[in-house]
Each structure stands twice: as C-alpha cells, then as structure tokens.
Design a protein around this ligand. Structure first.
Ligand SMILES: *Cc1c(COP(=O)(O)O)cnc(C)c1O
Length: 242
C-alpha cells in the first residue's frame, strides 16, 4: 500500500470511529468533547502516528516500552507534537525510559511500581507525571491491575492510590480498566464507574476514567469513560503473534 493509500484508509477509519463515539455520546446524553480519543498504535509504524496526527489525533497509546521509545523518537523527528499514553503492563526497570516520553501512564498497579515511577519522574521531569491506577475487576492475578481489598499489599487498590497521592512527582488523575475476558462489558463498566465514584470522594482530582476499546467503547461511554483507547478500529487488525 502506498503512503497516500494508507493515509486515506486511516482517515476513513477515523471518520467511522468518530461517528461511533458521537452516536454513543448522543445515546448516553453526553457531550462528545468530553471524550479523549487515544489511538493505540502498538505494532503499527511511526508513519501511522504521523498520519493520525495530521488528521487531528494527538493522543497516542502504546503498551510496550521497547516498541514505544523508538517510535516516540521517530515521531518527534518527523515533527508532530503528540501526547504519548503508556497503557501496558509496566516493569519497574522500564520506568526511566517511559517517563522520558509519556505524558500519562495508565497502568500503575502496584505500590512498588508507583515508587519506581515516582523516582524516575523526579529525575527526568520538570513537572509531575499524570498517572492512572489500573483496576483489575475480576481479580485474575495473571492480568494487570490493582485489586479492591487485595491481601497482596502491593496490589491493593487503596494502597496503590495512597502511594501515588503521597508521592512527590506523580499526580493521581483517575482510573483505568480493561473489561475482563468473557464479561458483559456493561457489568464491568458499571462496577468501574461505582469504584471511580468512591475514589473521587477521597481524591477529587482523580476524574479520568480510561475505559473502552474497539469492541466495547459504546458501553464504556455509556458508563462515564472520559478516555477511550482504540486500536483495531482505527488501524486495522494486528498480526496475531504480537
Ligand atoms: C491494545 C490495547 C487497546 C486497544 O485495543 P483494540 O481492541 O485494538 O481497540 C486498549 N487498551 C490497552 C491496554 C491495549 O493494550
């Protein structure tokens, strides 16, 4: 495919995604300008990010530092000033790299991880790093996310929130989740919204709800998502083995 054909394809996909978001907002009685669309560009090249930026999508998500750091550098060289969101499971030894390009980290799910990210952010940045605490709604330990009332003190949601709130260089902006496999998304996002409401009573500035992907964005918007993370619908099906 030529560069121009790909840009055309991305433009058409974006138009369809925007229509979906607008329709979902209309149905939920919400204002579409409340929703931040994050293009999750994992497995896709920097040229796609540049094209999407030229089409007005300036929020970009990645889930692996190894891939994201090089891509962020390539995009910076090409010109557009995009905001990188780190949405994947994060290892403590990657924090220094991630804070060098990410504006927001959606996947803080441990007390020790919060500590490592705080330390990295304090070294490399002039201003605090925005973070979301990722919530695991079904307690499946193999997947990411802090758990409500966990007996594992590192992964307990309240402790992770307290660690972020008590840090010097991180700001708790809200919560992120991925609907558990096999769940009805409405069930997941109702639970998530209730949790977010409770968290906001203690942390009034934690108002971001990062929820909704290509398969369940309508439900997420219906239940209050402010940031939606769309990969497949915008960029196409990813190769299976990545
Ligand atoms: C890949 C990914 C997405 C986007 O998923 P799609 O189903 O392709 O829209 C959203 N959030 C996270 C955390 C992801 O890893």
């Amino acid at each position: 495919m030529t560069g121009e054909a790909r840009r055309q394809e991305l433009s058409e996909n974006l138009r369809a995604v925007r229509e979906r978001l607008t329709a979902a907002c209309l149905k939920a009685g919400r204002d579409p300008t409340e929703i931040t669309l994050i293009a999750v560009t994992k497995t896709y090249p920097a040229t796609d990010v540049v094209d999407l930026a030229s089409l007005g999508v300036l929020d970009v998500g990645e889930n692996r530092d190894q891939e994201a750091s090089g891509k962020a550098a390539e995009v910076a060289l090409a010109g557009p000033d995009v905001r990188w969101h780190f949405v994947g499971q994060l290892q403590r030894n990657k924090c220094r790299s991630v804070v060098s390009y990410a504006e927001m980290v959606h996947s803080v799910d441990g007390v020790r991880l919060a500590g490592a990210l705080d330390e990295a952010a304090s070294r490399r940045r002039q201003r605090p790093l925005d973070v979301l605490v990722q919530v695991n709604l079904d307690g499946d330990a193999a997947r990411g996310g802090a758990v409500v009332g966990s007996t594992d003190v590192d992964r307990d949601l309240d402790r992770v929130l307290a660690a972020v709130a008590g840090s010097d260089s991180l700001v708790a902006r809200g919560l992120m989740t991925v609907a558990p496999l096999g769940w009805d998304p409405d069930r997941a996002f109702v639970m998530f919204a209730e949790l977010a409401q409770r968290v906001r009573r203690e942390y009034p500035d934690a108002s971001v709800l990062s929820a909704g992907m290509s398969g369940d964005v309508e439900s997420a918007i219906n239940h209050g998502a402010t940031h939606v993370r769309m990969g497949t619908s915008l960029l196409g099906n990813r190769p299976k083995l990545m």
